[in-house]
Write a protein that binds this ligand. Structure first.
Ligand code: BTN
Length: 335
């Protein structure tokens, strides 16, 4: 089932945003007529756009435009592009203009007992969560911020390697749009040309030995405004730089079309079904790397992942050792 629900202070601005989304110049009078409000009321609404980080250009004597336009999320278009199998697995599609964090919202739904099969997308997150306590920068309409809730019975051990499998699903979705040079960086970053294109954050709730819920959170950079991207503290890239023009609704649908079946089958299939696909996209395979944990670091050659998704390093003397956590980077490089 596909439904759209919108609830935020941005709601009032949605109609004017839809008019300006084409990137063309619209006069105050034309906007007022289309919205059924006075020019003064239009002006008031336009002033508010800056509060949401939206750039509005005033074209002397002609009106206003959003440079480059906006590719807004749309439940009908997204739903139409969804693969039938995923459509059948989707219980509820929630589109929000603004939310603190889609992961936080879907986690709360799971805790209330209603988050299974829920996919939430937001145009903008004010407190997007990244791994290791980082903030995920999610400016309005500049990326895909998506969280999917799923209930598993059988405990958290069934979810071993899930975040890596999600990376595979995202890479395959990007390949559908012919995005070049997509690789995976252990444990769960999607890279392109040596920089981060998307990140995955899994959050768990419930009884970790039995019935538990997982939120699969995915943030993908589509076209980040430079001013807002300046706050990102790691090398990043967006689709605009490598494959411009990808429709965000089609992209989100392609992601969901792979993520929902992945979640539905993961309890039975596990990481084994995705290991080869992960290794074939391994950004660091066979390369000298450094793995850092909070207190220690190891040097070795990256030798892929084991059946559980743990990183395999070949240490000095040829000994293989597996690691379940830490941050990997190319030796002598930042990553
Ligand atoms: C990372 O640090 O690499 C993980 C980033 C995950 C960001 C996504 S955006 C949608 C979802 N909601 C959040 O608050 N975080 C995830």
């Amino acid at each position: 089932m596909t439904t759209a629900e919108r609830k935020s202070p941005l709601d009032q601005l949605r109609p004017v945003l839809e008019l300006l989304a084409d990137g063309q110049v619209h006069s105050g009078q034309a906007l007022g007529a289309a919205l059924g409000v006075s020019r003064a009321a239009v002006w008031k609404q336009l002033q508010k756009l800056a509060d949401y980080g939206l750039e509005l250009e005033s074209v002397k004597g002609r009106g206003y435009r959003i440079p480059g336009g906006l590719d807004l999320l749309d439940a009908a278009r997204l739903g139409q592009a969804l693969h039938p199998e995923a459509s059948g697995l989707l219980n509820r599609l929630v589109l929000r203009d603004e939310v603190d964090s889609t992961n936080a919202r879907v986690l709360a739904l799971l805790e209330e007992g209603g988050g299974h099969g829920v996919a939430m997308l937001a145009e903008r997150q004010t407190a997007g969560r990244g791994r290791r306590g980082r903030q995920w920068i999610s400016p309005f309409s500049a990326g895909v911020s998506l969280s999917v809730g799923w209930q598993f019975s059988g405990g958290v051990q069934l979810l071993e390697g899930l975040s890596l499998a999600v990376g595979v699903a995202l890479a395959e979705a990007l390949e559908e749009f012919a995005v070049p040079d997509v690789t995976l960086k252990w444990p769960n970053d999607v890279w392109c040309r040596g920089r981060k294109l998307a990140g995955v954050l899994l959050e768990l709730t419930g009884d970790l030995t039995d019935r538990c819920g997982v939120v699969v959170g995915v943030g993908m950079n589509v076209g980040l405004p430079r001013a807002q991207a300046a706050a990102i503290d790691q090398p990043w890239i967006d689709l605009q730089q490598v494959q411009p023009g990808i429709d965000r609704n089609a992209l989100a649908a392609a992601m969901l079309s792979r993520l929902l079946p992945l979640l539905a089958g993961y309890g039975d299939r596990g990481f084994a079904a995705y290991r080869e696909a992960w290794q074939s996209r391994d950004a660091f395979a066979g390369q000298p790397v450094e793995l850092r944990s909070a207190h220690q670091s190891w040097h070795g050659i990256a030798r892929g992942v084991d059946a559980a998704g743990a990183l395999v390093l070949e240490l000095e003397g040829g000994k293989l050792r597996t690691f379940h956590g830490g941050e990997i980077s190319l030796r002598g490089a930042q990553g």
